[in-house]
Design a protein around this ligand. Structure first.
Ligand SMILES: Cc1cc2nc3c(=O)[nH]c(=O)nc-3n(C[C@H](O)[C@H](O)[C@H](O)COP(=O)(O)OP(=O)(O)OC[C@H]3O[C@@H](n4cnc5c(N)ncnc54)[C@H](O)[C@@H]3O)c2cc1C
Length: 382
């Protein structure tokens, strides 16, 4: 029986594992393949719901589920920190025990790190604790400056800070927090640059319409409990701060042979196979370039699609058939904009420079679609 090791029960890992279980011929009592999913955390978090947590629209229990709940026929979750990975021999070690496989899919996401001691001054809203703590302060906030900060590049979900800013602005207005400003500071030249000029401009216009102060080309060089200082010589005061952390390759990959010259794992753009045969990497941990040379954003939409491609091709390999699916960076996602509305953004990301990515005006239907994606994720997988 073939064994597939799946590293990480986040978005990419879960889709890969569940698809493999469904299409491998496994049934209740008949297991043709063994799928082992390795996860360090007890519960799996749906990160795309974190901006809702920041404004009190979601609680932990609504956006986390026990990782064990993804188990299905022939699919087992092994809890624990992966200590080492031997890609050449397709094996990993967890709690001192070695696991050997025939195929491996690495979906460990990004490792978050703190810079400029930001964790002392504000809230990392790319974590559940940070998003919850931000809301604890926001609920009793009376007036002043609220800052959203992109602390460094690259960061996953490039629309998330913009979404957070718009939801916070909505909260501020609804709660009559007079004399309060919402500002967004980022080293980027504009929002969602990967999506091309048109979509970027649309999002920028939306921010302006809502009165959110936008500061592109602002690269942080120091922080204190009430001030942010940037490399362009400017500095700003704040009373409440939410920030994105530094994103880096997980340590276990840094010390393995899988780390690529891009600082992430390099894989084939279409098959997601790494330089090691039968070892794949998907999701945020990869570094993929489009045909026009832009770097693909680290978003869950792609992690899920890549998981499906890899699961399909591994199933075919196991059945002695040629792998016949490739990853096409096409998809859409929803950006919450407050007032119970969201904007749909998407298209073919390979042709971003030709303005293939569209951003629609905010509407209730897109908000409903985002709500549905959240509910369906847990219903389908847990
Ligand atoms: C605030 C926010 C909003 C977002 N909004 C959207 C959105 O609207 N749409 C969208 O498409 N994407 C969105 N994303 C991005 C999306 O969440 C990620 O792109 C997606 O989760 C990537 O999936 P992944 O499998 O690569 O990594 P992850 O989902 O991060 O999973 C990695 C898993 O590996 C585990 N792990 C790591 N190291 C180890 C180890 N050593 N041992 C064992 N386990 C380990 C982790 O615990 C984790 O469960 C958002 C992200 C954030 C933070």
């Amino acid at each position: 029986m073939k064994t597939i090791l799946i590293l990480g029960a986040g978005m990419g890992g879960i889709v890969t594992a569940r698809e493999l279980s469904k299409h491998s011929g496994n049934e209740e009592d008949i297991n043709l393949v063994k799928i082992l999913v390795f996860e360090k955390k007890e519960s799996s978090l749906l990160s795309s719901s974190l901006p809702w947590v920041m404004v009190g629209q979601r609680k932990k229990s609504e956006i986390t589920k026990p990782a064990k709940n993804i188990e299905a026929s022939g699919l087992q979750v092994i809890r624990g920190d992966i200590e080492s990975i031997d890609a050449k021999n397709i094996s990993v070690s967890v709690k001192g025990q070695q696991y050997q496989g025939d195929y491996m899919v690495v979906s460990l996401g990004v490792e978050q790190a703190d810079i400029y001691n930001l964790d002392q001054f504000g809230h990392n809203f790319f974590s559940l604790k940070g998003a919850e703590n931000f809301y604890s302060e926001l609920k009793s906030f009376e007036e002043g400056e609220i800052a959203i900060l992109v602390s460094s590049l690259p960061f996953k979900s490039p629309a998330a800070p913009y979404e957070a800013a718009m939801l916070i602005e909505d909260f501020v207005r609804k709660n009559n927090l007079n004399n309060t400003n919402v500002s967004l500071f980022t080293p980027e030249a504009g929002p969602m640059e990967f999506a091309g000029a048109e979509a970027s401009l649309e999002l920028r216009k939306l921010l302006e319409k809502k009165g959110i102060k936008y500061y592109p080309h602002h690269e942080l060089i120091s922080a204190s409990d009430n001030k942010l200082e940037f490399s362009n010589g400017k500095n700003y005061s704040y009373n409440l701060l939410a920030y994105t952390p530094k994103h880096q390759l997980p340590e276990v990959i840094r010390k393995s042979e899988m780390a690529g010259n891009s600082n992430w794992i390099n894989v084939d753009n279409q098959t997601l196979e790494s330089k090691f045969e039968n070892v794949y990497a998907i999701g945020d941990i990869t570094h993929l370039k489009t045909e026009v040379g832009t770097i693909l954003p680290k978003i869950g939409v792609f992690a899920k699609q890549q998981g499906k491609v890899v699961a399909h091709n591994i199933s075919r390999k196991i059945a002695h058939q040629e792998p016949n699916k490739t990853f096409v960076p096409e998809g859409k996602y929803f950006i919450e904009s407050g007032e119970g509305k969201a904007s749909e953004s998407g298209g073919n990301f390979s042709a971003a420079e030709d303005s293939e990515i569209m951003m629609k005006d905010p509407g209730q239907w897109s908000h409903f679609s985002k709500w549905w994606d959240e509910k369906f994720w847990f219903f389908k997988n847990f």
